[in-house]
Write a protein that binds this ligand. Structure first.
Ligand SMILES: Nc1ncnc2c1ncn2[C@@H]1O[C@H](COP(=O)(O)OP(=O)(O)OP(=O)(O)O)[C@@H](O)[C@H]1O
Ligand SMILES: [Mg+2]
Length: 74
């Protein structure tokens, strides 16, 4: 399991510079079937990170437009 975790981590790092803590928390959340709300100023690669996760793990990527915030479902 650890090897797989690290392999996914490395793959995400090909797209995302830094943010190791966020990548780790997202992976833990996915493994525990939780939900994550990424919050940050524009341009911090929130969307890119979710896209990288969905591509790496072969998950579907879609957007849900809410009234005030944009949620990404993976
Ligand atoms: N840590 C990072 N690693 C790699 N690319 C980054 C990083 N931070 C910013 N970028 C670059 O900034 C671009 C914009 O990122 P993205 O669109 O994912 O931001 P966002 O956080 O979703 O912004 P918004 O809140 O406006 O939706 C990325 O496509 C990438 O080129
Ligand atoms: Mg975005």
């Amino acid at each position: 399991m650890r090897k797989e975790f690290e392999a996914v981590f490395r793959e995400i790092q090909k797209a995302i510079v830094g943010n190791e803590d966020v990548i780790e928390k997202l992976l833990v959340s996915l493994l525990s079937e939780g939900h994550v709300l990424l919050v940050g100023v524009p341009g911090l690669a929130k969307t890119l990170m979710v896209r990288a996760f969905s591509k790496t793990l072969d998950l579907t990527f879609s957007r849900i437009q809410l009234r005030r915030i944009l949620c990404l479902r993976i």
